[in-house]
Design a protein around this ligand. Structure first.
Ligand code: 13P
Length: 287
């Protein structure tokens, strides 16, 4: 059964480790991530962006697929199904469809509007036992068409949003989605420290987990980060393994064209990536 992400993240914050959110795109992704979490006895959060939701034909399909897998694969570790960077409308759709967690990304609204909409969604989510993440300070990156430096959130605004009853908070600390540019300045630990001092027990979320060096990940966890989002890195490792298979001509040998064979190296690559991240984040054995 899907669970809200609140309890697993409160535990992570208290235990000084982080739970990974791995974004899913299809059945292979979902299966690979769930298998790895179960093998490592780790809690896990499956992230679904609006685009990925649309690609998989809609949120209800995603809920059906994930719930089916939890049962058929005998998954016993805590699993949350989380809307990633949701608009106001998408949040309501996911609450209806059966997600166990949502993120409302109101970071592009003026702070007053972000506050009003977040407050309303907190009530709607909590009424159904669903956890909710909010964001302060836009997290840039390749997704916006331009590779921009990540913003640093205003700690006072973070406190204002944290006080609305959300369950965890994403705050920009110089992180961006996608690959980091060569001239990236690194995470702003001063900002993170100031945010944690004002927000206290609130689990903090680090987006853009792809390519952040291990020492920065560890320091971020020590300063209150309890959820780390990883998307691009699984896509890169899936693509590389699939390329290798095709370039080696393996699809032309025997039944190598069978999608169950063709997609197997990519699925294994996702498993390897997820395992490495769970070990780095310290969530192994914490289910
Ligand atoms: P990356 O694609 O950089 O790993 O970021 C993932 C993310 O933050 C999803 O919200």
């Amino acid at each position: 059964m899907l669970v809200s992400a609140k309890e697993m993240l409160d535990k992570a914050k208290a235990g000084h480790y982080a739970v990974g959110q791995f974004n899913i795109n299809n059945l292979e992704w979902t299966k690979a991530i769930l298998q790895t979490a179960q093998e490592l006895n780790s809690p896990v959060i499956l992230g679904v962006s609006e685009g990925a939701g649309k690609y998989m034909t809609g949120y209800k399909t995603v809920v059906g697929m994930v719930n089916g897998m939890l049962e058929e694969m005998n998954i016993t570790v805590p699993v949350a199904l989380h809307l990633d960077h949701g608009s106001y409308e998408a949040c309501y759709k996911c609450i209806e469809a059966g997600f166990s967690s949502i993120m409302f990304d109101g970071s592009h609204y003026p702070i007053d509007e972000n506050v009003a909409k977040t407050k309303e969604l907190v009530a709607a989510a909590h009424e159904k036992g669903i956890s909710i993440e909010a964001e302060v300070g836009a997290i840039g990156g390749e997704e916006d068409g331009v590779v921009g430096m990540g913003e640093c959130a205003d700690p006072k605004e973070c406190k204002m949003i944290a006080d609305l009853g959300i369950d965890f908070l994403a705050a920009g600390i110089g992180n961006i989605h996608g690959k980091y540019p060569a001239n990236w300045q690194g995470l702003s630990f001063e900002t993170l420290d100031a945010i944690q001092q004002l927000t206290g027990e609130m689990p903090l979320v680090l987006h853009g987990g792809t390519g952040i060096p291990e020492d920065m990940i560890k320091k971020a966890i020590s300063l209150g980060v309890s959820k780390i989002n990883v998307n691009t890195e699984c896509q890169l490792s899936f693509a590389a393994a699939t390329r290798e298979y095709i370039e080696a001509g393996k699809d032309q040998v025997g039944k190598g064209f069978d999608p169950r064979k063709l997609l197997a190296p990519g699925a294994q690559a996702i498993k390897d990536t997820v395992k490495a991240k769970m070990e780095m984040f310290g969530s192994v054995g914490k289910a």
